[in-house]
Design a protein around this ligand. Structure first.
Ligand code: GCU
Length: 610
């Protein structure tokens, strides 16, 4: 067999292995972590010099062995040629997208190498994981010059087992982050949000005992307020362990023994539980422990279900007083940089008297969901299966399913999450229906305790807005986006339209809205004025409350956000202006229209003993 073929086989085996990642550690923030956040040196690499040699062979597989940027080579003598140098390169703040940190990176799409050095003191009897909260979009990760693997997906966490790969003293990690959009990816090439690239969430070096609690689910059983159900999954050595679950404020202590695969089902009755709700966001300390490992998580307990046209939270009908939002700080454009940014966004939603948020169009950070738990906001979580996806490509489907699975694995213990959304405004076709049907089934197989939904397609026939997207049959909510008065009709003629809903299920409008340049005032017929947006909201509410099964809405959108699709130099300037709050933090007139409606709905549902 010739050497080239041998080499290719070796490369294939290596590549396949290097994609393997450990199952996600549940509750990463509850473990012993060394944070690698901070300033990382970075090198912009549009031609991927750091990855390919001049014959476009990957350095780590090339015969030349010249080595890529991941080696972080230093000049041994003054004659040595090295055409990169991290130490002399500028730095980026991690977590943080690169677009908002440097003028020349605002529109950059391509690869950037980032390097961090850190000290470690690896101990025997411990396991070590290198964890990333998110890297948009494709990450190739190297530790001390050796490849750990790669990850695709810009909004879900991933990690590598680095046990035995750390040295005592100084180590270095190098990441090649590439945010290039591609048709067959998730999302695909056309989206209406800024393609923020880079290491946008935390990077942690996590230490666990050699026998450790890898994953668990501790939630109320489906539609059963009197039983907690779930599982515990051990990993590492000695998989069969005695595991104790202790919820002191609920007077619960349960012990289970994991099997030879490290797994044990949990199921036990609850007597005195204060159920989580927006009005009472009660979280319990849940302590899970074994002889060698111990985690304490903060978990709320509630049920969510639909019955006919009602949504029942803890068995009582609820109206979802919501708003959509992106993972972006409008005041200092860029991905939300930490709890301060997140708290600001959710506090604005609370000011509007929301009890619910649609975290569009991709998984937001774990910290954001934990804040929603704490602040009492129900959550619609979503994967970026958005618009014109490559429905026939099996790799595209597997990517979508992986992102959905990682979202559900990560957030399955978060009481605020009530909906898993499998996509947004995907055009009708048989391949799309098959793709989305599989995703819906996957979501239910991973978690039967939450609702499954998507923003469905709608179309108009005369003055009827028809909602009969066949995907609706497979979902729990009739959710759809409609832009009456903005993309079609106008802010007054829109009142002539009627909705024809083809399903007997709760209706939750996922988007409506209009652009308004904050501070621009004119008459109600003038586009881009706050008055146009205000009247549109008044008339949208009139139109939508005529739908008998209306049980919620998440108008588009809490704040103005950056978008490469919005080029009007005066009214937009690469901003989507549908926010109810401007990029200066100013509440537009429509903000108060929606708040007044939510105040009314809150009274209505309270007064009817609902
Ligand atoms: C679409 C889409 C949003 C987009 C919005 C708009 O419905 O779901 O992502 O930003 O409309 O056009 O403003």
């Amino acid at each position: 067999m010739n050497t080239r073929l041998l080499f290719l086989i070796a490369a294939f085996i290596y590549a396949a292995g290097s994609h393997a990642q450990e199952p996600l550690l549940q509750h990463i923030y509850g473990r012993k972590n060394l944070s690698l956040d901070g300033r990382w040196n970075y090198i912009i690499d549009p031609y991927e010099m750091g990855y390919y040699d001049y014959r476009h062979e990957p350095h780590d597989q090339s015969a030349t062995g010249s080595g890529g940027f991941y080696d972080d080579r230093k000049q041994k003598d003054k004659g040595e040629l090295i055409e990169y140098n991290f130490d002399l390169s500028p730095t980026l703040k991690v977590p943080g997208d690169w677009n908002s940190q440097s003028e020349k990176l605002q529109f950059y799409e391509g690869s950037i190498w980032l390097r961090q050095k850190f000290n470690a003191d690896p101990q025997a009897g411990k396991r070590y994981f290198l964890y990333f909260g998110a890297v948009n979009y494709e990450a190739h990760v190297y530790l001390n010059g050796k490849k750990l693997g790669m990850h695709k997906g810009g909004f879900t966490p991933f990690q590598f087992d680095v046990t035995g790969k750390l040295v005592k003293g100084e180590n270095f990690v190098v990441v090649k982050a590439d945010n290039t959009r591609k048709q067959d990816e998730i999302p695909t090439v056309n989206t209406d949000w800024w393609n923020y690239g880079g290491i946008t969430r935390d990077v942690l070096l996590t230490e666990v005992p050699d026998s450790y609690i890898a994953d668990y689910k501790v939630q109320l059983a489906k539609n059963n307020p009197n039983k907690i159900e779930g599982f515990v999954q051990m990993a590492g050595t000695a998989l069969s362990q005695t595991v104790t679950i202790f919820i002191p404020e609920a007077g619960i202590t349960q012990t289970v023994t994991t099997d030879n695969n490290g797994r044990a089902a949990i199921s036990f009755p609850v007597k005195k539980i204060s159920y989580w709700s927006p009005e009472n966001p009660r979280l319990y300390n849940v302590e899970i422990s074994t002889a060698k490992d111990k985690l304490t998580d903060q978990i709320g307990f509630r049920t969510i279900e639909t019955k006919g046209q009602e949504i029942l939270l803890n068995g009582k009908p609820v109206f979802l007083r919501g708003i959509s939002l992106h993972d972006e700080n409008p005041l200092i454009p860029g991905r939300l940089r930490g709890q301060g940014d997140m708290r600001m966004m959710l506090q604005w939603a609370k000011e509007m008297n929301c009890n619910y948020v649609r975290l569009a169009h991709y998984p937001h950070s774990e910290e954001m969901i934990r804040l929603a738990d704490e602040m009492g906001l129900m959550v619609w979580g979503e994967v970026p299966v958005y618009w014109t996806i490559s429905w026939l490509n099996p790799d595209t489907y597997n990517n979508a399913e992986k992102q959905l699975s990682d979202l559900i694995v990560r957030d399955k213990n978060r009481s605020s999450v009530i909906v898993w959304s499998i996509g947004n405004e995907t055009p009708l076709s048989e391949p799309r229906h098959t793709f989305m049907g599989k995703l819906a089934a996957k979501a239910r197989s991973l978690d039967d305790t939450r609702l499954v939904a998507a923003a469905l397609e709608v179309h108009r026939e005369g003055h009827d807005v028809i909602v009969n997207d066949p995907l609706g049959e497979k979902l729990d909510l009739v959710s759809f986006n409609e832009y009456a008065g903005w993309y079609w009709s106008n802010s007054t003629d829109m009142l002539n339209y009627k909705f024809k809903i083809g399903f007997n299920k709760p209706v939750v409008i996922t988007e409506f809205g209009a652009d308004a340049l904050g501070g621009f005032h004119a008459d109600e017929e003038t586009r881009w004025s706050e008055e146009y947006q205000e009247l549109l909201y008044v008339n949208q509410i009139k139109m939508l409350t005529a739908i008998p099964a209306l049980r919620g809405m998440t108008p588009w959108i809490l704040t103005d956000f950056r978008s490469p699709r919005r080029q009007h130099p005066y009214y937009q300037d690469f901003w989507n202006r549908k926010g109810l709050i401007s990029e200066t933090g100013k509440k537009k007139k429509a903000f108060f229209v929606l708040k007044a409606f939510y105040d009314e709905m809150q009274k209505k549902y309270k007064s009817e003993g609902k």
